[in-house]
Design a protein around this ligand. Sequence first.
Ligand SMILES: Cc1cc2nc3c(=O)[nH]c(=O)nc-3n(C[C@H](O)[C@H](O)[C@H](O)COP(=O)(O)O)c2cc1C
Length: 108
Amino acid sequence: MPLRIVYVSTLAPDVSEDDIAALVDKAAAFNRAHGITGVLALEDRRMCQILEGPDAAVAALFRSIGRDPRHSGVTEIVNVPINAVTFEDWGMVRRRMIDMVVSAFALG
Ligand SMILES: Cc1cc2nc3c(=O)[nH]c(=O)nc-3n(C[C@H](O)[C@H](O)[C@H](O)COP(=O)(O)O)c2cc1C
């Protein structure tokens, strides 16, 4: 059964916009290859990410994200089994925070 994880974190001060763009590109490729989809939003240093996909793959990715020194205070706010993934086959995209909030309310 697919799993959804939503977490928040705070980006490290030295992480630039270019770093984020590179991270999202790399994440999108990895996620797509592992059947994971998700959305990431960033406002100032505050990060929120929704991850969905095969439970073992999502759990393993979240462990590695939790160890990533580019952010801190990684706090899981949702961890639920889902019937089907919500997002299209986009791997990982960045959205404005407001759009992420709207998608979060729309989740089944
Ligand atoms: C805010 C944030 C979000 C991330 N999201 C993803 C992601 O969705 N997919 C991914 O493969 N890596 C993501 N990463 C990168 C991972 O933390 C990690 O660098 C990647 O899984 C490679 O791990 P490794 O260096 O231990 O092999 C993210 C990193 C940060 C800081």
